[in-house]
Design a protein around this ligand. Structure first.
Ligand code: AMP
Length: 288
């Protein structure tokens, strides 16, 4: 039975003092992507903690904080099924008590790509992650590569602040039609969902191009762009996979896309590894 706590779990009371703890932070509306992280966490440690917290500080004033899907009962069911021992579902006042004044600024990495259209977003993410890690004190914390820039921001913050938690990134989980599973997919109607499939199609086209010929920035980006005709693309960029700097020949690279379909902002990415040129394409279903 998964316990649900509004207050931070206490070692020795809610969690055995000598147990290893793996932590999966989420904003709820849990789906298969979250479940994969929770399952991996449960395999990794003695106890698995999942947080469900829609963090106000990572939303801009005109973003979807108010209408973000909230369903704690459903989340507890998914978390339990995936092997979570404990769901931490705090109020805003518990995460940000009166007088809370600190912001963790991840530096230039947070101003690039998604940070360009979402100023302050990654500072909000970094601050809540550091706060949650402080409250839970896990041995490891698991994040999805679907939010690629977020993962790099969290890795950077953990390294720069010498946090004792090990940060682990896991592959993107996709729905059978190729779309990366996301809580925000709930906003899409059938026609929008059909249009949104252009994102995985575009990334798959680039992955195929990568498997066939040596890394060439424009060829990969062009292959993807052809599939994105009619979609409102915010950015489509090929970057170095380790730090999101300029992509370098014969090193791991990542193609990242952000686009709007209707009012919904979607992101996705694919990683290219020169050591295994066909791996990128294998992450997509045959006909996304
Ligand atoms: P969120 O609830 O959207 O803030 O996501 C919580 C965690 O789940 C983050 O580490 C995300 O990267 C991860 N996540 C969300 N969707 C997916 C997915 N489709 N595949 C893998 N990880 C995901």
């Amino acid at each position: 039975m998964t316990a649900v706590l509004a207050d931070p779990p206490v070692r020795g009371r809610d969690l055995p003092a000598d147990a290893t703890v793996a932590f999966v932070p989420t904003m709820g509306a849990l789906h298969h992507g979250h479940a994969a992280l929770i399952e991996a966490a449960a395999d990794l440690a003695d106890r698995t903690v999942v947080s469900v917290f829609v963090n106000p500080t990572q939303f801009g004033p005109s973003e979807d904080f108010e209408r973000y899907p909230r369903d704690l009962a459903g989340d507890v069911a998914v978390a339990e099924e995936a092997g979570a021992d404990l769901v931490f579902a705090p109020t805003v006042g518990t995460v940000y008590p009166a007088g809370f004044a600190t912001t963790v600024d991840p530096g230039p990495l947070g101003d690039d790509l998604c940070g360009r259209s979402r100023p302050g977003h990654f500072a909000g993410v970094a601050t809540v992650v550091v706060r949650l890690l402080g409250l839970i004190r896990p041995d490891s914390a698991l994040f999805g590569r679907k939010d690629y820039q977020q993962l790099l921001v969290v890795e950077r913050v953990a390294r720069d602040l010498a946090l004792p938690t090990r940060v682990i990134g896991l592959p993107t989980v996709r729905d059978p039609d190729g779309l990366a599973t996301s809580s925000r997919n709930r906003y899409l109607d059938d026609a929008q969902r059909e249009r949104a499939r252009a994102l995985p199609r575009a990334l798959r086209a680039a992955a195929r191009a990568y498997a066939e010929r040596p890394l060439a920035d424009t060829a990969l980006v062009d292959a993807a762009l052809r599939e994105l005709a009619g979609i409102d693309v915010e950015y489509l960029e090929l970057r170095a996979a380790d730090d999101l700097g300029p992509a370098r020949a014969e090193e791991r690279a990542v193609l990242l896309v952000a686009a709007r379909v209707g009012g919904t902002r979607l992101i996705d990415n694919v990683v290219f590894d020169p050591a295994d040129r066909s791996a990128a394409g294998a992450t997509f279903p045959e006909e996304p």
